[in-house]
Design a protein around this ligand. Structure first.
Ligand SMILES: [Zn+2]
Ligand SMILES: [Zn+2]
Ligand SMILES: [Zn+2]
Length: 484
C-alpha cells in the first residue's frame, strides 16, 4: 500500500486517548509524534494492530509467568507505555469497515482452506491424497433477475431473451436481450421489483444455516451407511465460506474431504477405504442437496410456512492436486485465489445494525437492497424467534451465520493462525510475552479503553509501519523460498 492509499483509508480517530490530542494539521501531528523520545517504543506498541484503521485500545497489566515455578518473568503496565494503552486490531472481516483487517481475514481463510486440502499448519500432507469435492450451494429463484452468464464457449450470453415480449401485471417487460458487462448495476436486480418475492428471499437467508446443518447431517448418515457396506468408517470434514450474491442472497462454497478412521488410533488422519471415492462423495452431495428440505414455522404472511431448499446448481466437482500441491480444477483455484487476493464484500450493505434512526436511509424501497431490508423488518415483526432474528440481522439481509466455518478436523483454526501471528509480533519487537522458546503463561487484566487512533497523523505512521512490516515479511518469505 502506498502512502496515498493509506491516506485514503477510512481511519477512525478518537482524541480522548493517550497523552493529549493534537490541534494542528496532519503535518503538525506527524512531526509532534515523530519528534518524541519514545517514538520507536510507541511504534512498536502499534504494530500488533497490524495496520487496523480503527484499533481497539486496552489498558491494564500483562504478566508473564513461568508455569513450572510460578516465577514472574515479565510485567507490563500500560500506564508506562507511550499512549498508556496497547493497540489491537478490530478484526472486522468487512473491507468497507477496515480494509487491512479484512485483508488479514481473507488471507487467514485462504491459509485455512488450503491447509485442509494440501496439508501444512499441523495437518499431515497425506490429506492431499484423500477424496475431495468442491460444491457451491445457492438459493432458489425468487423471481427473474438480470444475469451475466458465460457460455461454455466463453461468450457472454444474452440476459433473458424471449422471442415474444411478455409483460407482468405491473406492466414490466419480462425479457432482456442484452449482453451485460461486468459490474453493470442492473445485475442481480429483478426485472420487476413488485413481482419479486422479497419476503421469501430474506426468510431463505435467515434459514440457510439451518438448511446447511440438516444437509450435513444427512450427508454424514449416507456416508456412514456406505462405509458400513465396506466394513469401514469414514469421517467427513469441510470448510465452508458464505458470500452474498449480487441478488442479495447468501450462497456457500464448500470443500469436503473424506478421512478414514484408524480403528486403533481414531485421532489419526488416514486414507479412507479405496471404494469410497471422491466421485462417490460428489454423487452423494448432489443427491442429498436436491432432497434437503424443510418448512419454516407459519407466519401471518405465509400461513403454511416457507419451503426452504437449495437452488438447482450445486455442481459438485472432484478436487485434484498436482504434484506441487496446486489445484487442477479452474473453479476451485479461482475460488481459492479470491480468498487470497480479492474483496468478497457485496456493495451497498449497511455497515452496522438497522435502527429506528437509520432505517429510513437503508430501507429505501427504490433500491433492491432497501427492499430486502424492508422485508426483514416486516417479517421480523413476528413473535417467533426464527422470524424476530430477521429484524436484528436486517443489515445482513436476514443472514446471521458465520462467513467462514469448518468442521473441527478439517484444518487449523483462525484462532491458531492469529495466535501464531501475535507471537511473531512479540518475537520481532520484544514485547512482553517473549521469552525465547520457553513456555509461559500470560495473565492479562485488560479493560477496554476506546477505539481508534489518537490522530490522523498517528494512524498514518502506524499504518505505514504495518505496511512496511508486511512487505518485509513478504520479501523474507520469497527469499527463503528462493534459497530452498
Ligand atoms: Zn481493523
Ligand atoms: Zn438484463
Ligand atoms: Zn411485476
Amino acid at each position: 500500500m502506498t502512502a496515498l492509499a493509506l491516506a485514503l483509508l477510512p481511519v477512525l480517530t478518537d482524541s480522548r486517548t493517550g497523552n493529549g490530542a493534537s490541534t494542528g494539521t496532519l503535518g503538525d501531528e506527524l512531526l509532534e509524534r515523530a519528534a518524541r523520545d519514545d517514538y520507536d517504543h510507541w511504534l512498536a506498541t502499534t504494530l500488533p494492530a497490524g495496520g487496523c484503521v480503527r484499533p481497539i485500545r486496552l489498558r491494564g497489566t500483562i504478566r508473564d509467568i513461568d508455569p513450572a515455578t510460578g516465577e514472574l518473568l515479565g510485567r507490563v503496565d500500560t500506564e508506562n507505555l507511550p499512549d498508556k494503552v496497547i493497540y489491537l486490531p478490530c478484526g472486522d472481516r468487512r473491507a468497507s469497515v477496515c480494509p487491512p483487517c479484512a485483508e488479514t481475514y481473507r488471507a487467514d481463510t485462504y491459509q485455512l482452506i488450503r491447509a485442509g486440502l494440501a496439508g501444512g499448519k499441523g495437518i499431515p500432507e497425506s490429506v492431499a491424497l484423500h477424496p475431495c469435492v468442491f460444491a457451491t450451494f445457492t438459493a432458489p429463484s425468487f423471481g427473474p433477475v438480470h444475469t451475466r452468464v458465460t457460455t461454455p464457449e466463453g461468450r457472454i450470453a444474452r440476459c433473458r431473451p424471449r422471442r415474444k415480449a411478455s409483460y407482468c401485471t405491473h406492466g414490466q417487460r419480462l425479457s432482456c436481450g442484452q449482453r451485460h458487462k461486468e459490474d453493470e448495476p442492473c445485475l442481480g436486480r429483478p426485472l420487476c421489483p413488485d413481482c419479486y418475492d422479497y419476503n421469501a428471499a430474506v426468510v431463505w437467508n435467515a434459514h440457510s444455516s439451518e438448511l446447511w446443518r440438516r444437509t450435513i447431517i444427512t450427508l454424514r448418515r449416507q456416508l456412514d451407511k456406505t462405509a458400513k457396506t465396506h466394513g469401514t468408517r469414514v469421517r467427513l470434514s469441510y470448510a465452508k465460506v458464505a458470500e452474498f450474491q449480487r441478488r442479495g442472497l447468501i450462497h456457500f462454497h464448500a470443500i469436503f474431504r473424506l478421512d478414514g478412521i484408524d480403528p486403533v488410533y481414531p485421532e489419526r488422519t488416514i486414507q479412507p477405504h479405496p471404494a469410497i471415492t471422491a466421485g462417490l462423495l460428489a454423487v452423494l452431495i448432489r443427491q442429498v442437496a436436491s432432497a434437503a428440505w424443510f418448512a419454516t414455522v407459519p407466519h401471518r404472511v405465509k400461513p403454511q410456512g416457507w419451503d426452504i431448499r437449495w437452488g438447482a446448481q450445486v455442481d459438485p466437482r472432484v478436487v485434484r492436486l498436482t504434484d506441487d500441491g496446486d489445484v487442477t480444477d479452474v473453479a476451485v483455484a479461482s475460488y481459492l485465489a479470491k480468498y487470497a487476493t480479492k474483496s468478497t464484500e457485496p456493495a451497498g450493505i449497511p455497515p452496522g445494525r438497522i435502527t429506528a434512526e437509520n432505517a429510513e436511509i437503508w430501507a429505501d424501497k427504490r433500491t433492491h437492497q432497501g427492499r430486502l431490508i424492508r422485508a426483514c423488518l416486516r417479517i421480523g415483526g413476528h413473535p417467533h424467534e426464527d422470524f424476530q432474528a430477521l429484524r436484528r440481522w436486517a443489515h445482513m439481509l436476514g443472514y446471521r451465520g458465520h462467513f467462514a466455518t469448518k468442521s473441527r478436523r478439517y484444518s487449523t483454526t483462525m484462532r491458531a493462525l492469529r495466535a501464531a501471528r501475535h507471537d511473531w509480533h512479540r518475537r520481532q519487537h520484544q514485547l512482553p510475552g517473549h521469552h525465547g522458546d520457553k513456555t509461559v503463561i500470560t495473565e492479562t487484566e485488560l479493560e477496554w479503553a476506546g477505539c481508534g487512533w489518537r490522530t490522523t497523523g498517528d494512524a498514518l505512521l502506524a499504518l505505514s509501519a504495518a505496511a512496511r512490516a508486511r512487505d518485509h515479511r513478504r520479501i523474507a518469505r520469497e527469499e527463503s523460498a528462493a534459497a530452498s
